[in-house]
Design a protein around this ligand. Structure first.
Ligand code: SF4
Length: 421
């Protein structure tokens, strides 16, 4: 039974004008505009026919070359800086701990997810390799060049994990296998374990089995939407996109069978119209199945079909972020929590002193994802500033300090109770 009194949390202002949640009714994506026939399927890039020459930096004022996986992959700006491929420094981070290898093709992703910068509806506006994704550019890099750098000293690599990130493309199943084989030929997966961020729409059970047999450690499914209605509206029929909620769950269940407990997970974006209760019931369901949830705070990605909508209010995000951590790592169940009529968290189901200790430890507010080498609840996948600007951090890509945690408490409307907090 909970001893945490909701009196410790300031009551939210009444009514929709409070703007402290993103309600379903407000989070309607724009309809995608039709793409002229000659620009579909990477038409411009194929017409120009420019041959790739090493690393391609997005928007660098040259015609976008034709680059394809498995020879090429895209990597985040943070990973490119960590590898020494791009200059620059990140706000309060030395490096990223996860090397995400995003499959790439002139045709781009064939899905149209409303929150995503890689979506198909952008074909006319921006070539595939120039599209922003989770707020940053993704340079395209020859796979061999990445392998040459990482294989020099995998045991002492800054990367705690590599993740092959699939997109929706007819080649992506085979090319995921090729990239995984290329990696494990040169890098011991015991030194840098491999995760798969899958694309269930093109996958069958045997694909899941094959990736496990080839040495993948964790398999994740980007549900992204917390409910079937939001899924359909943002990545299914609502935006002329091919994905189906039922198919994603089918593959998630394959991952559970094949990869086993704590070796599978699902991505969930918070703030696309679900209630806090709906999101946390999903988190509980994943824990009950033996998996984990990896959470992202909705951010209106420039050029996406949701770029006119508000980012998730920080108080909604913090409540779900904290509650998710309690369910995933502190043994609290969603049934112990108390929710308002509108589904918002009123009580976290934990005695106040214990809740204070979790908040003060700060890990709950770090980026969530597949684990690294430090501890199970600290994600290798730190995605620096992937879901917020550095000026108003949603997922901390580093251990939050005292002033960060004071800010988090204000966002949670939980008073600072310790002088040294
Ligand atoms: S399938 Fe993935 S990469 Fe493609 S549009 Fe959807 S979220 Fe973006």
């Amino acid at each position: 039974m909970s001893c945490f009194e909701p009196a410790g949390i300031a009551k939210p202002a009444a009514g929709p004008a409070a703007h402290d949640v993103n309600p379903f009714a407000a989070m309607q994506p724009r309809a995608p505009a039709p793409t002229p026939a000659d620009l579909r399927n990477g038409g411009r890039v194929k017409r120009d026919g420019v041959a790739p020459r090493g690393v391609y930096l997005p928007n660098d004022n040259v015609l976008t070359p034709q680059m394809r996986s498995p020879e090429y992959v895209q990597i985040s700006t943070a990973a490119a800086m960590t590898l020494g491929i791009m200059p620059g420094r990140m706000h309060r981070c030395e490096c990223t701990r996860c090397l995400n290898l995003l499959l790439t093709y002139p045709e781009g992703c064939r899905a149209n997810c409303a929150y995503c910068g890689l979506a198909r509806h952008r074909e006319a506006e921006r070539d595939y390799a120039d599209r922003n994704f989770i707020r940053v550019d993704w340079p395209a890099v020859p796979m061999e060049q990445i392998l040459d750098i990482v294989a020099r000293d995998p045991a002492n690599s800054p990367f705690h994990r590599m993740c092959i990130s699939m997109i929706t493309h007819p080649r992506s199943d085979e090319d995921t296998v090729s990239v995984l084989r290329a990696w494990t030929r040169r890098i011991d997966p015991a030194a840098i374990p491999v995760s798969i961020l899958s694309n269930p729409t093109t996958m069958a059970r045997e694909d899941v089995v094959r990736l496990k047999d080839l040495g993948a450690d964790i398999f994740t499914v980007a549900l992204d939407a917390a409910t079937p209605e939001i899924f359909d509206r943002t990545r299914g029929k609502g935006v002329q996109s091919p994905h189906k909620w039922s198919r994603y769950w089918e593959v998630l269940m394959h991952a559970r069978d094949v990869f086993g407990p704590r070796k599978f997970g699902a991505h969930i974006i918070i703030g696309m119209g679900e209630t806090e209760r709906e999101a946390l019931e999903l988190v509980q369901k994943l824990v009950d199945l033996g998996g984990h949830s990896h959470m992202f705070c909705f951010f209106p990605e420039k050029g996406s079909l949701m770029d006119h909508l508000p980012a998730t209010p920080r108080d909604q995000w913090r409540r779900v972020q904290l509650a998710r951590y309690l369910i995933d790592y502190a043994g609290v169940r969603v049934e112990q929590m108390r929710f308002g009529d509108d589904g918002r968290v009123l009580d976290y189901g934990l005695p106040r002193a214990e809740l204070d200790a979790v908040i003060d430890a700060g890990i709950a507010f770090r980026t969530s994802g597949c684990p690294g080498k430090f501890r199970d609840d600290v994600s290798a996948c730190d995605r620096p500033y992937g879901d917020s600007p550095p000026s108003n951090i949603a997922s901390y890509p580093f251990q939050p300090g005292r002033s960060d945690l004071r800010r988090v408490r204000r966002q949670l409307r939980i008073p600072v109770v310790r002088e040294d907090a």
